[in-house]
Write a new protein. Structure first.
Lengths: 229, 247
């Protein structure tokens, strides 16, 4: 049997190589469009309209790595950051899989379960979108149906109700910290910030929530330790 | 040049299908590596099949709303580019926001009648805006994971508490905003638009998952536990439909 280090080596090698190829392939799409159509690239318009968005989302992307990696594990993070839809699909799939086999968080079993789940979830997303592409008109009719629409627009609360509640009930103190922070952030900090900054702050909700919850949990841990000693 | 013809034509299909199918291959390679490692560390096929089956069922419902973004983006951006962005790397909300912001900024509100120049800028921005995460995985994930492992393995330290704390912070940040009223104007507190449908949906699926968990525990029936997530999500969605209809 390979040691854990050897397995990790192989996963990082696979992740770095395959993600690099994926990045190149994705960059090729706009380049191919430009060459094929002969469209001029309007640099001034790009700097005015595109660049600010790229800067904001790049910062969000960096913070997401630090927020999601501890939960997704190495293999899961490599695949998730290429296949996307992390918060609504990959994260719940990863956690549900770790829970299904009662894997200890951070263990090798948890890492394997997370990678299996995220890879499977990626197959499902792509398959659903291929089916959606083929039957575009049919699905358009269903998804835009007035009666059924609230079901589809409320998938996130349905997903999170089923998924987050058991964990929130298990760690009520940590959850209360996060809930209090989100309310203060959304109703006090974001409105009080200057309009230009306030407009982009919601994109950092996840990062700051993770930072504050972890920070306060650390202080609670230290306090409990002090009391115990 | 007829932009709509090009962005809905075979050329666009081919250049977007290549990365989509590549990512399927990549997911398969990771699947195979994890499966092999699972066997090496003593995980049985039955357990791993349970993960795959559970995830496949669990993922169908959350994947369907992604189609909604395809429907929103397709009239302006064509079928294939949004298909690529939503299948791979992207997220419906981000992609839509970027497209609408640039489209409106360049004088094409609602993405109607986009010029090829505006279309190219949208493509480039969508592609580059979300690249920081993948690039960081290539250059820095290994040291990040190494540091995390080091912190987590310190006995008697905060290390073992790190992942559960991060996890709760993540879950609450993802779940809560959709349940909170949107207004931020203090004087208009009385006019707060409470998202009742979302709140009722959340509570319904929460109660369902707790109930199914209890039944599974009492009856020692693992199948109920295995299906408790997809069943609860579906139940929440049905409640959303019914509640909206009677409100």
């Amino acid at each position: 049997m390979r040691t854990r280090d050897k397995y990790n080596d192989s996963i990082h090698k696979l992740g770095r190589t395959t993600n690099l190829i994926a990045i190149i392939l994705m960059l090729m799409v706009p380049i191919a469009f430009k060459i094929y159509t002969g469209t001029e690239f309007d640099t001034a318009a790009f700097i005015q309209h595109g660049l600010p968005l790229i800067i904001i989302y790049s910062i969000v992307g960096v913070t997401e790595i630090f927020s999601y990696t501890p939960v997704l594990g190495a293999g899961g993070t490599y695949v998730s950051f290429i296949t996307g839809n992390i918060s609504n699909m990959k994260l719940p799939s990863s956690i549900a899989a770790q829970q299904a086999i009662n894997a200890k968080k951070g263990s090798e079993e948890a890492d394997v379960a997370s990678t299996l789940a995220i890879a499977t979830s990626s197959f499902v997303t792509v398959t659903v979108l291929i089916i959606g592409l083929i039957g575009f008109s049919f699905f358009k009719g269903i998804l835009e149906n007035e009666v059924l629409a609230p079901g589809f627009t409320n998938v996130l609360p349905a997903l999170m109700g089923a998924f987050a509640t058991p964990f929130i009930l298990k760690s009520p103190k940590k959850a209360l910290v996060a809930i209090a922070f989100i309310i203060i952030y959304q109703y006090i900090l974001v409105p009080l910030a200057p309009p230009k900054i306030g407009g982009i702050l919601p994109a950092f909700t996840v990062f700051f929530s993770v930072l504050v919850t972890t920070g306060v949990s650390y202080l609670m841990f230290k306090n409990n330790k002090k009391k115990a000693s | 040049m007829d932009l709509q013809k090009i962005i809905n034509g075979p050329f666009m299909f081919i250049i977007t299908a290549i990365p989509v199918f590549y990512v399927l291959v990549q997911a398969f390679l990771f699947y195979r590596a994890a499966r092999k490692r699972g066997k090496e560390i003593g995980m049985d096929d039955k357990g791993m099949n349970k993960i795959v089956r559970g995830t496949a069922i669990f993922s169908i419902m959350p994947a369907v709303p992604i189609l909604l973004f395809l429907i929103i983006l397709a009239p302006g951006l064509g079928l294939f580019f949004p298909w690529l962005r939503l299948s791979v790397i992207g997220s419906g909300v981000y992609e839509n926001l970027i497209a609408q912001t640039i489209g409106t900024g360049m004088g094409f509100p609602g993405l109607q009648g986009l010029s090829p120049e505006a279309y190219l800028i949208i493509m480039v921005t969508m592609t580059l805006a979300i690249m920081a995460g993948p690039i960081l995985t290539v250059v820095a994930l290994r040291p990040i994971i190494g540091k995390l492992d080091q912190i987590e393995s310190q006995e008697g330290s905060f290390g073992p508490e790190l992942v559960p704390s991060v996890f709760i912070g993540l879950l609450v940040a993802i779940a809560l905003p959709s349940l909170l009223p949107k207004t931020v104007i203090i004087e208009e507190v009385s006019k707060l638009q409470v998202p009742w449908v979302a709140i009722v949906t959340f509570i319904s699926s929460a109660l369902m998952v707790i109930g199914l968990g209890k039944i599974s525990q009492k009856t020692k029936n693992n199948t109920i536990k295995e299906f408790s997530f997809p069943v609860s999500i579906l139940f929440g969605m049905i409640v959303a439909i019914v509640f909206s209809a009677i409100m």
